[in-house]
Write a protein that binds this ligand. Structure first.
Ligand SMILES: *[C@@H]1O[C@H](CO)[C@@H](O)[C@H](O)[C@H]1NC(C)=O
Ligand SMILES: *[C@@H]1O[C@H](CO)[C@@H](O)[C@H](O)[C@H]1NC(C)=O
Ligand SMILES: *[C@@H]1O[C@H](CO)[C@@H](O)[C@H](O)[C@H]1NC(C)=O
Ligand SMILES: *[C@@H]1O[C@H](CO)[C@@H](O)[C@H](O)[C@H]1NC(C)=O
Length: 338
């Protein structure tokens, strides 16, 4: 496995900085969700398809580990969290598939795809939690709640939190907006023994707008963060702490964005002002910069450079000057026909 991984790494170098991903399948899966030691994420591929439009049918459809493609039609208010089994694709139909009231928890599973669904206003919990789960692809979804001082950081929890030794995940072309704490990777600094060596995640071509913190915030893992567009990510976007490593390249930051990237271990007071008004001290993380980023008005604070200098797979970077346009046009629901 080590050998083929090294080969993938060599391929990555030659594909660097070519044209934007506008070939025959611009939205194909790339990154750790595809290229990893246990195999690509395929979800319900090879299984039957079912279309659901009620909470009852949706909750029932995702059970078990049989490969299945579950098409979700229209707006569904869930009375409890959706808990998909392994080998599932959960795919929104058109541009109106939406989940309200309760989000999705993918726990102890493998091989789950969630695409083209809006997840909105999930009170007191995450939009999606990925826990102790390998091979996940979250693509072309929209995550929305509210961002304001009145609402605060804890009315809603994370938008997409990936925790407890989860691994081999790609988060692509999502539209995260109007929310305080976006995407947490590793949910406690005391879980070093559980998390360390896992949490390999690729974040690419996501659009983050009007958010507070965690775009993403990682502990103990490796995240490759490229070609994302950040607008008004108010306090701190990328945070790498507790020995986490990030490879950050080709991202663009605009608007009221104070800090684009930090490896300083302090969990800033704005992250959890209700519980930690002074912030929380953890040890620092690491960051490497690949292809040029456009930090716009934001600052960066890299206290440690790591050894995550190259992603072990093939990918094509969108030219920096096109990132804003390409991401805004391509991210979110209704952009991909499934
Ligand atoms: C589905 O997922 C399980 C893991 O829970 C795996 O062992 C199994 O091989 C998969 N089943 C099929 C039919 O692909
Ligand atoms: C996940 O696995 C752990 C450990 O086996 C177990 O305690 C827990 O109940 C499982 N959770 C779910 C939702 O299956
Ligand atoms: C993780 O999930 C596996 C099943 O996939 C289970 O055997 C294991 O106990 C779980 N571990 C934890 C810490 O939940
Ligand atoms: C940057 O990191 C250093 C620690 O190396 C810390 O003293 C400083 O306060 C940080 N700057 C900001 C703006 O957080």
């Amino acid at each position: 496995m080590r050998v083929s991984f090294a080969l993938l790494g060599a391929l990555a170098v030659s594909s660097y900085a070519l044209a934007p991903p506008n070939g025959h399948n611009p939205y194909a899966l790339i990154g750790y969700g595809k290229a990893n030691p246990i195999g690509p994420t395929t979800g319900g591929k090879g299984g039957k398809s079912v279309t659901v439009s009620t909470a009852e049918d949706l909750l029932a459809a995702v059970k078990g580990n049989e490969p299945l493609k579950v098409y979700v039609k229209g707006s569904i208010s869930l009375p409890s969290r959706l808990a998909p089994g392994s080998n599932k694709s959960i795919l929104g139909v058109g541009s109106t598939a939406e989940i309200l009231q309760n989000g999705i928890s993918v726990v102890n599973q493998t091989n789950v795809i969630i695409r083209n669904i809006a997840i909105r206003f999930i009170l007191d919990n995450d939009g999606i939690t990925v826990q102790n789960t390998t091979r996940v692809w979250v693509d072309h979804c929209e995550f929305e709640s509210e961002f304001s001082q009145e609402v605060g950081p804890d009315t809603y929890d994370g938008q997409l939190d990936i925790v407890r030794a989860s691994d081999w995940v790609t988060v692509s072309w999502n539209y995260f907006h109007d929310h305080w704490k976006s995407s947490l990777v590793g949910n406690s600094d005391v879980l070093r023994d559980v998390d360390f060596g896992h949490l390999h995640i690729t974040y690419h071509h996501n659009y983050w707008r009007n958010e507070g913190t965690r775009g993403p915030a990682g502990r103990f893992g490796h995240q490759h963060i490229f070609n994302n567009f950040y607008k008004d990510f108010h306090y701190q976007a990328i945070h790498s702490r507790s020995d986490n490593q990030v490879l950050v390249e080709g991202n663009v930051f605009r608007g009221d964005t104070r800090e684009a990237l930090s490896t300083y271990g302090l969990v800033i007071p704005e992250d959890s002002p209700n519980t930690s008004p002074e912030g929380d001290f953890e040890i620092d993380g690491y960051a490497n910069l690949g292809a040029k980023n456009d930090w716009g008005p934001a600052s960066i604070n890299i206290t440690q450079v790591g050894d995550f200098t190259e992603a072990p797979y093939k990918y094509t970077l969108t030219p920096l000057r096109q990132v804003r346009q390409v991401v805004k046009a391509g991210a979110g629901v209704g952009k991909v026909k499934l």
